[in-house]
Design a protein around this ligand. Structure first.
Ligand SMILES: Cc1ncc(COP(=O)(O)O)c(C=O)c1O
Length: 381
């Protein structure tokens, strides 16, 4: 069945992305959800459950866990046991819970720039965030000597990895992950990997490797995943952790007892439908997003002062600049585009543009940018 990926009007849905700028003349391209319809299999599963008039508490069920097992096998050739899956109401509460359970109030290593709640989590939970700078150019990645030094610190018990990376859309190779796993293991640092964007690999032939699938670190790791970004169900409050080690699983569950809400049952239903029936839609979505990404890259390459190397994953373009701090954001806004402000991710010269939208909306946005740049010629600081 051919799928279409057109912009859906969200104006009466209280969508955060649109609501904040309801009265401003800007195209909202910030919050990381898509303007696209969820796959028909998800819509049907939700509509059918919504027709039942009781919406009480629900437990996860066996076929739900089996859908995760099959998805991990099919997408990552990763054989997991259904008992390793812990259902949670979102990835943000999950990594906060992991910090509560395992950081021991010590140092938590996190990449920088990074998704704002990941930057803030350690301090909010009474621990200390230690930044691991990640560059996109001239080489993508981090300085391994900094990583090794920080993981060797006696107060460091936890690293929270973001892979694929938000905002840069980079994906760690298996070799890099193996190296990271070896250092974590050597220094007995727990690796918690936020992989919420892992099903959004846009580069054919490139694959994502879940952290807990690495034998070196499996027993000392937590992998956080969700159907939410890929199948556009982020408002349904549902994610899961895959934790091969039973003791760690129990420790995490104890930390969340009487505190963490149940995951939303509609979110669990959507996850099951997406993972068991959404394969073809997913393939088509990746092709659509890759086209969008390449279109963004081609237009940005013409705009003075801006730099964007098409990234292998996510529907988010991390556009760096050599303009003065805040200027890129300023110019995008004046051009009638509202990206996420790079300063919230740790880099005030950059912006993050969400291209998870229909082709017409993206073309409109890129046309506005081209016109603005032609008329105003922003220059480097
Ligand atoms: C890296 C990362 N983690 C977590 C989240 C949000 O997770 P949730 O909505 O499940 O709490 C996002 C959303 O953009 C994200 O980019």
């Amino acid at each position: 069945m051919p799928f279409t990926f057109d912009t859906i009007d969200r104006s009466d849905t209280h969508a955060i992305k649109h609501e904040l700028y309801r009265n401003s003349p800007v195209l909202p391209m910030w919050v990381a959800d898509m303007d696209l319809a969820s796959p028909p299999c998800v819509q049907e599963a939700l509509a059918s459950r919504a027709a039942h008039p009781v919406y009480g508490y629900s437990h996860p069920w066996p076929s739900l866990n089996n859908a995760v097992v099959s998805w991990c096998q099919q997408q990552y050739q990763w054989a997991i046991d259904p008992s390793w899956v812990v259902w949670l109401p979102g990835v943000v509460p999950s990594f906060n819970l992991v910090i509560d359970a395992f950081a021991r109030g010590g140092r938590v290593l996190v990449q920088e720039p990074n998704y704002p709640p990941l930057r803030k989590a350690a301090e909010l939970r009474g621990a200390t965030a230690v930044k691991l700078p990640v560059t996109t150019a001239p080489r993508a990645g981090w300085d391994w000597s900094v990583l090794e030094r920080e993981l060797a610190h006696p107060d460091c018990h936890l690293m929270i990895l973001c892979n694929p990376m938000n905002p840069q859309g980079l994906v760690l190779s298996t070799t890099e992950l193996e190296r990271l796993a070896a250092v974590c293991r050597e220094h007995r640092v727990l690796l918690c990997s936020d992989e919420i964007h892992c099903d959004l690999i846009l580069e054919p032939g490139l694959s994502h490797r879940p952290a807990s699938s690495l034998p070196d670190i499996a027993e000392h790791s937590v992998t956080l995943m969700a159907a939410s970004k890929t199948f556009n169900v982020a408002g349904l409050g549902c994610s899961f952790a895959v934790i091969p080690n039973g003791d760690l699983r129990q420790q995490l569950q104890r930390s969340g007892q009487d505190l963490m809400p149940h995951p939303n049952f509609m979110g669990m239903l959507a996850t099951e439908a997406a993972f068991s029936e959404g394969y073809d839609w997913h393939v088509a979505l990746l092709a659509h997003l890759k086209n969008n990404r390449d279109r963004v890259a081609s237009v940005i390459s013409e705009l003075s002062g801006l730099h964007y190397t098409p990234a292998p994953a996510t529907f988010l373009a991390w556009i760096e600049s050599d303009l003065a701090p805040a200027e890129a954001m300023n110019h995008f806004t004046k051009a009638g585009i509202m990206p996420s402000d790079g300063k919230d991710f740790g880099d005030p010269r950059s912006v993050r543009l969400n291209f998870g939208t229909g082709r017409e909306t993206l073309d409109q946005a890129l046309h506005q940018l081209q016109t603005y740049w032609r008329q105003n010629r922003p220059s480097s600081s």
